[in-house]
Design a protein around this ligand. Structure first.
Ligand SMILES: O=C(O)[C@H](CS(=O)(=O)O)OP(=O)(O)O
Length: 237
C-alpha cells in the first residue's frame, strides 16, 4: 500500500516529512503546465530557480529564460509563463531556466529533502499516476498554491491523482480526502469548475490569458513524466 499525503500550500511544508518519499509538485496555473507542455513539445530540459537574478545569471550563459512576476513576463526574459510560448519550435532542443511566483518556489522547497521530485499537471496526471504505481513508494503531493494560499486548480490536480491511486493506497491526511472529494464532485468538468470558481481564473482573465486556463485544465494531454535530476527537469525515459 502506498501512503498518500497532500500539502495544499508550501507555507505548511515544514509540517510534513519528505524524506524517503516521492514529491509530486504541481502548479496547474501555470508553471508546471508550462514545463510539461514545453518538454512534451521538444524542450530539452527546464532548470527551475527561485529568483530572477539566478535566471539572469543563466541568461548571461546563453540559456533561454522564462517566467513571470505578477503574472507578467520579466522584461529581460525570453518568454513568460504561458504554455503556448513554452511549446514554440524555437525552444525545441533547448534548456529553459525558469522562475515563477509560486511553482518554482514549491519545487525548490521539495528538492531539499524529498527522495524524488516529479512534476505534475492535469496535462500529464495519468503518466504521474502510472509512475507512482510502479514505484510503490509513499508520496506527498505538493500544491504550489498562490502566494501562500491553497488554490482550487492545484487541489483538483491532487484529487485527480489520488482518484487514480485510491484503490492501492492509504490516504493519510484530511487534505488528501478534501482534494479527492473536490475532484470527484467536479465530474470531470474541470475547465468550467476552475473558470467559475478559481481566483486564478480572474487573474488570468485580467492578463487576457483565458486560453491558458482552458489548455492547462486538459487532463492527459500527454503522457510524459518530468523528473528533477540535480538542478534539471527532464523527461524520464
Ligand atoms: O503566471 C502565473 O500563472 C502565476 C503568476 S501569479 O502568482 O498569479 O502572479 O505564477 P505561477 O508560479 O505559475 O503560479
Amino acid at each position: 500500500m502506498i501512503n498518500i499525503e497532500t500539502c495544499l500550500t508550501p507555507e505548511i511544508l515544514h509540517l510534513h516529512q519528505l524524506e524517503g518519499k516521492i514529491a509530486v509538485v504541481t502548479d496547474v496555473l501555470r508553471a508546471t503546465s508550462c514545463m510539461v507542455a514545453g518538454l512534451n513539445a521538444g524542450v530539452k530540459s527546464v532548470i527551475p530557480v527561485k529568483k530572477v537574478e539566478e535566471a539572469l545569471a543563466y541568461a548571461a550563459k546563453g540559456y533561454v529564460t522564462a517566467g513571470e512576476r505578477g503574472g507578467i513576463k520579466v522584461e529581460e526574459f525570453t518568454i513568460g509563463n504561458s504554455p503556448y510560448e513554452h511549446m514554440e519550435e524555437a525552444y525545441h532542443g533547448k534548456s529553459i531556466c525558469m522562475t515563477t511566483t509560486n511553482g518554482t518556489v514549491a519545487i525548490d522547497a521539495a528538492k531539499k529533502t524529498a527522495d524524488q521530485v516529479v512534476i505534475g499537471a492535469l496535462l500529464n496526471v495519468t503518466a504521474v499516476a502510472d509512475y507512482i504505481k510502479q514505484q510503490e513508494k509513499d508520496i506527498i503531493i505538493i500544491c504550489a498554491g498562490w502566494k501562500g494560499n491553497p488554490s482550487l486548480e492545484d487541489t483538483l490536480f491532487a484529487g485527480a491523482l489520488i482518484h487514480q491511486l485510491k484503490h492501492r493506497s492509504e490516504i493519510t491526511d484530511d487534505a488528501s480526502y478534501m482534494a479527492l472529494s473536490q475532484y470527484e464532485a467536479s465530474n470531470s468538468n474541470l475547465t468550467e469548475v476552475i473558470s467559475k470558481n478559481a481566483s486564478h481564473a480572474k487573474r488570468l482573465s485580467g492578463l487576457k490569458a483565458q486560453n491558458d486556463l482552458a489548455f492547462c485544465a486538459k487532463e492527459d494531454y500527454c503522457d510524459i513524466l518530468p523528473i528533477l535530476t540535480g538542478d534539471e527537469i527532464t523527461i524520464k525515459k
